[in-house]
Design a protein around this ligand. Structure first.
Ligand SMILES: NC(=O)c1ccc[n+]([C@@H]2O[C@H](COP(=O)([O-])OP(=O)(O)OC[C@H]3O[C@@H](n4cnc5c(N)ncnc54)[C@H](OP(=O)(O)O)[C@@H]3O)[C@@H](O)[C@H]2O)c1
Length: 305
């Protein structure tokens, strides 16, 4: 009886406890700027100016990553920016600084484990680590399985899953040692089913979402938080020239993501007009019906090429 009571009390307390450990990064985002910084700056000495919180944003040269970096800058964060196109990286760095943040541009490929190790070593050297890792770098893939290309599948997996894994491997040991920090990975609503004529992308996002979910469960109780981000369509280079349903501007999407992180959300899916039908209807649609609908979409795509 006593054991049963203890179990019930534990289950009741769990969500409150989970909320409280997600507070450091959430607090910094919710309060913004220098006020939020004090919640995170472990090295701040009483009475001294608190150090701003630290984030790494991968895929910061364009689109969603750029918008996320600038918005963190606006809140006074130190933001390490990762991407391969050096000129664009410098442009984002200038915008972060202009917004009030402290950028650190790190040009390189997230799929290259040595480059990620070097980048994290540089961050550690300058800032001692990160409080938030926004793993956003990603590449699309319009592959039609009628022209199956194994190399293309491996390329996309190496960036969309391998790139996030490389960064998780870099930041997690320090976060675990400190008993705090958050990793937020950008998957997609495309993760919920194998979408037509974009198999490698859809598969990579499903793999990333599952990796993040497993990690979240494994890290329960460590103080390190994991967030999975599933956006719908965003107007960026990936969707260039396309007009897609319920499309959002990158700034709007970034604001929704940072709000969700500030709330301590485990999963952030948006916009609801796409997310609800996909999660409730499409996900549970019988295979025969899904295949029929999918074939219609695939044929439309082939015809438009
Ligand atoms: N746009 C959408 O509708 C949509 C919807 C759901 C999810 N997403 C996801 O959102 C994330 C951001 O995409 P976006 O829409 O903002 O498109 P984007 O403008 O093309 O941004 C992609 C970013 O990823 C970076 N990147 C790609 N490969 C990389 C690599 N190997 N190493 C380092 N950085 C790399 C790119 O930088 P460099 O090329 O300079 O390296 C760029 O900064 C992606 O993960 C994407 O899958 C987008």
């Amino acid at each position: 009886m006593r054991r049963l009571f203890a179990l019930a009390a534990g289950l009741y307390a769990a969500p409150l406890w989970a909320q409280s450990v997600s507070m450091p990064v959430a607090g910094a985002l919710a309060q913004g700027g220098q006020a939020g910084a004090s919640a995170l700056a472990g090295s701040a000495i009483a009475g001294a100016q608190p150090l701003p919180p630290r984030a790494v944003v991968t895929g910061a040269t364009s689109g969603l990553g750029k918008a996320l970096a600038v918005q963190l800058g606006r809140q006074g964060w130190r933001v390490a920016l990762v991407g391969r196109r050096e000129q664009l990286l410098q442009e984002t760095a200038a915008l972060v600084e202009e917004a009030g943040g402290f950028p650190l541009a790190l040009a390189g490929d997230v799929a290259d484990p040595e480059s990620v190790k070097r980048h994290y070593a540089e961050i550690k050297d300058k800032w001692g680590g990160v409080d938030l890792a926004l793993l956003n770098a990603g590449t699309p893939s319009p592959m039609d399985a009628r022209k199956f290309d194994a190399a293309e599948v491996q390329r996309v997996m190496a960036v969309n899953v391998g790139g996030a894994a490389n960064w998780m491997g870099a930041v997690l040991p320090d976060m675990l040692r400190q008993g705090k920090g958050r990793i937020a990975g950008v998957a997609s609503l495309a993760a919920y089913r194998g979408l037509p004529v974009t198999g490698p992308y859809s598969a990579s996002k499903a793999a990333l979402a599952t990796l993040l979910e497993s990690t979240r469960v494994d890290l329960r109780g460590t103080g390190v938080q994991i967030t999975t981000i599933n956006p719908g369509f965003i107007r960026t280079e990936i969707t260039k020239g396309q007009e897609l349903p319920f499309m959002l501007e990158a700034e709007d999407a970034a604001a929704r993501i940072l709000k969700g992180i500030a709330r301590g959300d485990r999963v952030i899916s948006f916009p609801w007009q796409l997310s609800y039908p996909i999660r409730l209807l499409l996900k549970n649609m019988p295979n025969a019906v899904y295949d029929f609908v999918g074939q219609l979409i695939a044929e439309k795509r082939r015809a438009s090429k």
